[in-house]
Design a protein around this ligand. Sequence first.
Ligand code: COA
Length: 187
Amino acid sequence: MSSRAEHPPRLPAHPLRFGPISLRAWRADDDDAAFLVAAWADHEVARWSPVPAEPTSTTAGRWLRQAAADRTAPTAIDLVIVDAVSGEPFGEIGVTEIDAERGTAVVGWWLVEPARGKGHATRAVDGFAVWLFEAWGMSRLAAIIAADNVASVAVARRAGFAHRANLPDGRLVFERRAGSATVRSRP
Ligand SMILES: CC(C)(COP(=O)(O)OP(=O)(O)OC[C@H]1O[C@@H](n2cnc3c(N)ncnc32)[C@H](O)[C@@H]1OP(=O)(O)O)[C@@H](O)C(=O)NCCC(=O)NCCS
C-alpha cells in the first residue's frame, strides 16, 4: 500500500455501501438542507460537533455549497450516512485537514438520535477509513474526541482507532493506520 495519497484524491463515483448503510455526497437541495437543520438542532450533535450558531435553511444551503467546493479542492470531504435501501439520511461522516503528501486527515462523524444504537456509526467509520486507505492511499487517520464523549470514544475503538495522545484541552487523539484491523466488525 502506498504511504502517499493519490494526487488529487478522487471522490467515490457511486455511494459507498457497508451492509445496511451507504455513504453518499451531500446534495445542495431542500431535503439535505432540511436534514441538516434538524440534525444541528439535535442536542447531542450540537454538544459534541461543530454546528453553526444559527441552524437555518439559509445556513444549511451555504454549508452545502461550501461542502461541494471543499470536495472539489479537496480540502475536506463530507458524506451523508444513509439507509442503503430507503435512502433515509442517518448522519454525517467526513475528513478535514487532508494532507495528501503525508497521507493524513482528521475524521469526524455524527448520527441523528433515531439512528443511534444500531452500529451505523461504527460501520460508517470503519468502512470510510478502509476506503480512504485503499482508494486514496491514505496512511493515517486521526479522530479527536472529548474524553467524556463515551459513545464516540466507543465508536472510535470499535472502528479500529487506538488512543495515542491527550490534548491540553482534554480531548483525546485516536489514530488508525492503514493495514490495521477493525476491532469489531459485524455485518
Ligand atoms: C457518537 C455517535 C455517532 C455514536 O452513535 P452510536 O449509535 O452509539 O454508535 P454506533 O452506530 O456504532 O452504535 C453502537 C451501538 O449499536 C450496537 N450495535 C448494533 N450492531 C452493531 C454493529 N454491527 N457494530 C457495532 N455496534 C453495533 C452496539 O451494541 C452499540 O450499542 P452499545 O453502545 O449499547 O453497546 C452518536 O452518539 C452521536 O452522533 N453523538 C452526537 C455527535 C457526536 O458525538 N459526534 C462525534 C464527535 S467526536
